[in-house]
Design a protein around this ligand. Structure first.
Ligand code: MN
Length: 128
């Protein structure tokens, strides 16, 4: 089954469209946000099964957006994968320490990206 609702929070049009197209091609339903604030609003309204989060965003960044998602009972349980070009080791550690459920580097590589998405959704479904 690959029809779950996924929210992509990404300010770069090209990157957001690529993620959307790759996910839609698999059969996922995709919501798009261009900022953390917009992402928070959509997450609260639509309760996606998974959120893919850019870190560098206009306004609040992806780490602050995650903190606010986790602070709200309505969105606390939604798994969130960081998707970022920050390949530096300390950035990666900071991102995982912030409480993201996983990490994918940009530009996305289709197969590992889809595998990480599926794994996060299945982990959620099994309640693990
Ligand atoms: Mn960005």
């Amino acid at each position: 089954m690959a029809n779950e609702l996924i929210l992509v929070v990404e300010d770069n049009d090209k990157n957001r469209k690529l993620a959307r197209d790759v996910l839609a091609h698999q059969g996922y339903q995709v919501l798009e946000a261009e900022s953390g604030e917009q992402g928070l609003q959509l997450a609260g309204e639509r309760r996606p099964a998974l959120i893919l989060m850019d870190i560098h965003l206009p306004g609040i960044d992806g780490i602050e957006t995650l903190r606010r998602l986790r602070g709200d009972a309505a969105t606390r349980a939604i798994p969130v994968l960081a998707v970022t070009a920050s390949a530096m080791t300390h950035d990666r550690q900071k991102i995982l320490a912030a409480g993201f459920d996983g990490y994918q580097s940009k530009p996305i590589s289709v197969r590992p990206f889809l595998a990480a998405v599926r794994e996060a959704l299945d982990r959620r479904a099994s309640g693990a």
